[in-house]
Design a binder for this molecule. Structure first.
Ligand SMILES: CC(=O)N[C@H](C=O)[C@@H](O)[C@H](O)[C@H](O)COP(=O)(O)O
Length: 239
């Protein structure tokens, strides 16, 4: 089975912790990936050379690798230059995810130029386009990317903001591009994951709702507080 066949209609779990997060550790991310594998995930999305390496050693699943790195003066931070691409591939990733927005990347190069450089150097490598709008998704498809993901929807200055997944974008791109469209970003419930697949997504990525316990805790605490406030108000109103 090819990698794309393996991930079809499945759940990809993003196992990422940044330096300022409590679970920042390649050991912990590898265990997170192991847990995701036991639960039936079809692939893992991971950030950083050491995390990717540790995860590849721990699980028998395809890994979508990226390296988040900020360069002064440039906005793209997901695998923004060929140096990060090299490292992602050296770590053993099966797919490399890069910023494929319209934003100019370090070295003043466009997504098209960057993509061509990658494919010249690594013709066999699957490259995922992390995009934020419909136009960027269509452009990535036309450039020859292997997959498109809605990763950056809501995270560029000019894309639609919401606390929900961008279902309109998922549906629009799934209909109009002839390569796998991955639904990613703010998917918190199984119902939302199913909806994304029903709208045409090839697979779904869930990160925070599975692998960022501090955010999951916050989500519960906020709901309890809000519920508690409403309850309190209702109680007061009844006196
Ligand atoms: C915008 C950005 O930098 N997204 C990153 C991309 O790799 C990750 O921080 C997200 O966790 C991932 O996309 C999964 O999304 P969510 O955690 O919402 O399920």
């Amino acid at each position: 089975m090819t990698i794309l066949e393996k991930i079809k209609n499945g759940l990809i779990v993003s196992c990422q912790a940044m330096e300022d997060e409590p679970l920042y550790s390649s050991y912990i991310m590898a265990k997170m990936a192991k847990a995701a594998e036991s639960g039936g995930a079809v692939a893992i999305r991971a950030n950083g050379y050491y995390d990717i390496k540790a995860i590849k050693a721990e699980v028998n699943l395809p890994v979508i690798g990226l390296i988040k790195k900020k360069y002064p003066g440039y906005k793209p931070y997901i695998t923004p230059t060929i140096d990060e691409v090299d490292k992602v591939i050296q770590a053993g990733a099966d797919i490399v995810a890069i910023d494929a927005t319209k934003l100019i990347k370090p070295g003043d190069i466009t997504t098209a130029e960057f993509f061509n450089t990658i494919k010249r150097k690594y013709p066999e490598m699957l490259v995922m386009a992390d995009i934020s709008t419909y136009e960027e998704g269509v452009k990535a498809y036309k450039l020859g990317f292997d997959l498109v993901s809605t990763t950056l929807a809501g995270y560029t200055d000019y894309s639609r903001k919401s606390d929900q997944p961008d279902f309109e974008l998922i549906q629009g791109l799934a209909e109009d591009i002839k390569i796998p469209l991955i639904a990613e970003g703010r998917i918190w419930t199984p119902e939302q994951a199913v909806k994304a697949i029903e709208l045409g997504a090839y697979a779904v990525v869930v990160g925070t709702a599975i692998t960022r316990p501090h955010e999951i805790t916050k989500y519960f605490v906020e709901h309890i507080k809000k519920g508690g406030d409403d309850l309190f108000r209702n109680k007061m109103a009844s006196y």
